[in-house]
Design a protein around this ligand. Sequence first.
Ligand code: ADP
Ligand code: MG
Length: 700
Amino acid sequence: MNSKLQTPIDYLKGVGPNRADLLRKELGIHTYQDLINLFPNRYLDRTQYYKIAQLQRNNADVQITGRVAGLKEVTQGKKKRLVATFKDDSGAMELVWFRGFKWLKESIKLNTDYVIFGKTNAYGNTFSMPHPEMELLEEHEKNLRSAMQPVYPSTEKLSNKGITNRVLSKIMQQLFLETHGKFEETLSQDLLTELKLVSKSEALFNVHFPKNQELLARSQFRLKFEELFYIQLQLILKNLIHKSKIKGFPFDQVGEHFNTFFKHHLPFNLTNAQKRVIKEIRADLGSNAQMNRLLQGDVGSGKTIVALMSMLIALDNGFQACLMAPTEILSVQHFNGLNDLCKELNISIKLLTGSTKTSDRKIIHEALENGELDILIGTHALLEDKVKFKNLGLAIIDEQHRFGVAQRSKLWQKNTIPPHILVMTATPIPRTLAMSVYGDLDISVIDELPPGRRPIKTVHRFDSNRLKVLRFIRDEIDKGRQVYIVYPLIQESENMDYKDLMDGYESISRDFPSPKYQISIVHGKMKPADKEFEMQRFIKGETQIMVATTVIEVGVNVPNASVMIIESAERFGLSQLHQLRGRVGRGAEQSFCILMTSHKLSSDSKTRLETMVRTSDGFEIAEVDLRLRGPGDIMGTQQSGVLNLKIADIIKDNDILKLARFHAIKILKDDPRLIKDLHRPILFTYQQLAKYKNIWNYIS
Ligand code: ADP
Ligand code: MG
């Protein structure tokens, strides 16, 4: 990095203290370096001219050549404006200003060729352009470097204070003059040659002053590659250092518990994906490094059995294991399920939640500390300081997105040497993002559902078709099925939502009267014990309908429930809809998901509903979600830096990302500490980035 580039922006000719202040506040530009990394959002073709007669309503980016035929001040009430009549050989229009009259009147030359540029409005048959950018044609032709004129990011404040795009371009020119356009290379010669990349100096020049389309494209490619390359380098280094520094317990044997279970008690054949993932986990557990693995698998893909078998490996090596779930309902379900699976094995499993009695707690605490207890299942209650293990070897977290990083690290501290950690989630992180966000976690994916599942039929129905939907529900219940009806619960409109839920419950109760029909209701304002009671009635089949808010979103398993009705489905996010739908389709019967909405739908809502109807592939749904919402809402993105990309786009530039990752891995394999001569520019750049951006610095 050129040392000159660290110069404060105030020192650049043409900037000065006022502009410097604005640049800092509005665009975060403090130094020459920051300015040079202000990349254009897009490029305009300034060799194209409009004729006035060609103008349409509301054109943006219009450029016209013509002459000012006259100027006059117009007063309307208290407001004044300056209006110029502007003519070309096809017609006439108006240019309008609301301030700066004096200067304008002095400097505008009548009947001289100008190029004007800006946005046009139409009033009746007359077009007008407010506050146009104006340049004498002669000047314009002299200054015209290329057909592609950069358009820089801007803010309203900047343009109001006169820092227009043209001014930014001029400042940028000045910067290139002062630095002679020479910038230190930041990639290795190897990479440049192999990928036929243009040099750093050439790339920067052409991004700001493109000579032609091809050079611009190559320059953008090179800068995007570089940006993604250094993010990947950082993530991969973090992962490597984690593995070399954080020792784990090596679980070197797969022993009696695992083998007995595998040979005699597996209730079904594992899918190939389950087998593969168990292998990956075994390899991790057997190595000397602490495991930190994310297990992604769609709802119903069978993550629980993988969790159990991993815990059995811990037990076989003389360690304890725990499984933490976000809700009481889920913990109880895991507890019952695992007890059932393990009933022939000689191991002890206990449940600890907020509602565990004090006397029982004491017993659990003791058994944990003296090692009598093998597996502990529960909610956040597991994190309490009082909960001490004799030797916790593996901690599993189900449904990661409900827990924060802080909670994960609390589990780490349950032992002097951190336990192996397996995080399970049914919310797939889009493939596009996984690499950049979780480059520092290892990822396993169950991408296959157990055999014999019938795809869930999903339809979208409007509220006006409610009668038909009710008839359908009645038919399914008569066939012996059970039905979920889910209402939205959004924090901001909580009271309204509860009202909707209760109204819904009442009208369902009228449509499905007792004693023939029994209805459960579960929502967040109920006491845990009542919730549990209602859930159990539904699980046991005593009730046919479960009316609920999204509390049933995660994990609940009732195979006989085959219909999911989602009310006001347009108010749910895609991943939530997908999670909810995953509550059905767990048994042998054909299952249905009905998305109920009003007629008023935004275009995003429409896309969400169409996506749900079209596909049940969690990854595909996650990709659509990413496109709709951007990466900001996806967990992990905040820490990963992908939100602050200057030139690359995490969604559109996915191929470049893959290439960058490939080369980052290749280079680190060959030279993990980047000490080889040919990697010097990379090491140097990485250290600079670490210094200025506080990124993980490992080599210093
Ligand atoms: P999730 O990944 O959503 O946690 P579960 O582990 O709860 O999924 O599994 C969903 C259902 O599928 C359970 O009833 C489970 O017993 C069953 N299951 C899991 N794996 C298989 C398999 N390989 N073959 C048949 N059924 C399976
Ligand atoms: Mg599960």
